[in-house]
Design a protein around this ligand. Structure first.
Ligand code: EZ4
Ligand code: CO
Length: 408
């Protein structure tokens, strides 16, 4: 069996999805996702200029060897763009293998450990009342877990995952007004004073059963994060996400010394080498890599298994940074992984998105149910794809009130 060709597509409804399609001499094809917010043309170029010419002629069943060929062959190792390109290839090869076996992909991983995978939605509000409405909207739809983000009184702009404007079902997405990012203002003091009380009010309003998650989006210094984590303990959060940027991994030790709040980190990680010490030292509770960003199923499974040895559970990134192909790959891992925790889930199910990526995967009662279609279980409609092209866009950057550039 041989790979005959591979194509790269960029574009989609409200999103620059980067999609890899690998064709074989047996008519079976595989699909993978290389979407990365704000840098989409670069993963597309990596795939087109380097990966595709090196794929042709290879046996697609040897996904491990192909992964090692690209990883070791790059010489300059790791990095989000490269790992995402390898991840797209890897997921497409698992898609092909599972189609060859005529099985849903999860069967090749070890079958189902659960019927469906718990997901969390993004509730967001310009203020606390607006956020309460947004949470209620998701709870009414059957979600058992909700990430809560709201504007902070007195803060000129606060989009650490807060969508602009009012309305219940909004997602924070890339700004498509151009490649120059918007600048937002962040004030740690206002946030630290306001948010613990707001989280307590949310708990009081929605009762003990709702799983409440909160994303600090890398905005705090280690000591501030430790204080914050200690203060929100009574809320019994499901997790506190990215309290500090994980560039400084000792920060997590400081937080651990002061609080038992579960810590989730890693949406910007792209390899096991970014998180092995955090996992082995048991400084985190959830690992947040995305399967596409972390080298595909082959590599994300290694991270998952290492995490399992240390009672760290998965909480894969699923924000508007990925296509339904990545969500499907994560869906298959999630139903298998013995140490699955939760899956971030954004409503991708617009008619336009479903037309581009048709699938039978479904969300029911707050759980993601993987279909039994062979492979990943997601198609790609090339006629639909032809309607879209790359649109320049970017994520914002954040500054402190005095102009100091801060973490987004
Ligand atoms: O800001 O995916 O937990 N999710 C997040 C996301 C990220 C975006 C960046 O591309 O923090 O909303
Ligand atoms: Co996050």
């Amino acid at each position: 069996m041989k790979i005959t060709d591979a194509k790269v597509f960029v574009g989609g409804p409200g999103k620059n999805y980067v999609t890899l399609k690998i064709m074989t001499d047996q008519g079976i094809y595989g699909l993978g996702d290389a979407t990365i917010n704000g840098r989409e043309t670069l993963t597309a170029a990596y795939l087109r200029d380097y990966i595709v010419p090196n794929l042709i002629g290879k046996d697609p069943r040897n996904s491990e060897d192909i992964w090692q060929f690209f990883y070791r062959g790059a010489y300059f190792r790791r990095g989000p763009l490269a790992m995402l390109a390898f991840g797209a290839v890897d997921v497409a090869l698992w898609d092909i293998k599972a189609k060859l076996a005529n099985m849903p992909l999860y069967q090749l991983l070890g079958g189902k450990s659960r019927e469906g995978a718990l997901v969390y939605a993004h509730a967001t509000g310009s203020d606390l009342e607006d956020l309460m409405d947004s949470i209620a909207f998701y709870v009414e739809q059957g979600y058992k877990a909700v990430r809560v983000q709201c504007g902070i009184p007195g803060m000129p702009s606060a989009s650490y995952g807060v969508a602009e404007g009012k309305g219940k079902n909004r997602n924070y997405i890339t700004d498509f007004s151009g490649i120059i990012p918007k600048e937002e203002i962040w004030d740690t003091d206002l946030y630290m004073r306001y948010m613990p009380g707001a989280l307590a009010e949310i708990r009081a309003r929605f009762g003990p059963d709702l799983k409440i998650l909160h994303d600090v989006h890398h905005r705090l210094l280690p000591r501030e994060a430790a204080e914050f984590a200690k203060e929100v303990e009574p809320v019994r959060l499901y997790w506190l996400e990215d309290p500090t940027p994980a560039d400084d991994q000792d920060a997590l030790r400081l937080i651990r010394q002061h609080s038992t709040v579960p810590i989730a980190i890693g949406e910007v990680f792209n390899s096991i080498w970014d998180c092995n010490k955090l996992i082995e030292n048991e400084l985190i509770d959830f690992i947040r890599v995305a399967v596409s960003h972390a080298g595909g199923i082959t590599h994300a499974r290694r991270i998952t298994d290492l995490a399992g040895l240390h009672n760290v559970r998965t909480g894969f990134h699923g924000a508007p940074s990925h296509s339904p192909l990545c969500m499907a790959a994560q869906g298959h891992l999630n139903v298998w992984a013995p140490n699955f925790g939760i899956q971030e889930y954004l409503v991708l199910g617009t008619p336009e998105c479903d037309a581009l990526f048709p699938s039978e995967h479904r969300l029911e009662n707050g759980l993601f149910h993987v279909s039994d279609a062979p492979g990943l279980g997601v198609g790609f409609n090339e006629e639909e794809a032809a309607r879209y092209s790359y649109e320049p866009g970017s994520l914002p950057v954040a500054r402190l009130q005095d102009g100091t550039l801060w973490n987004y």
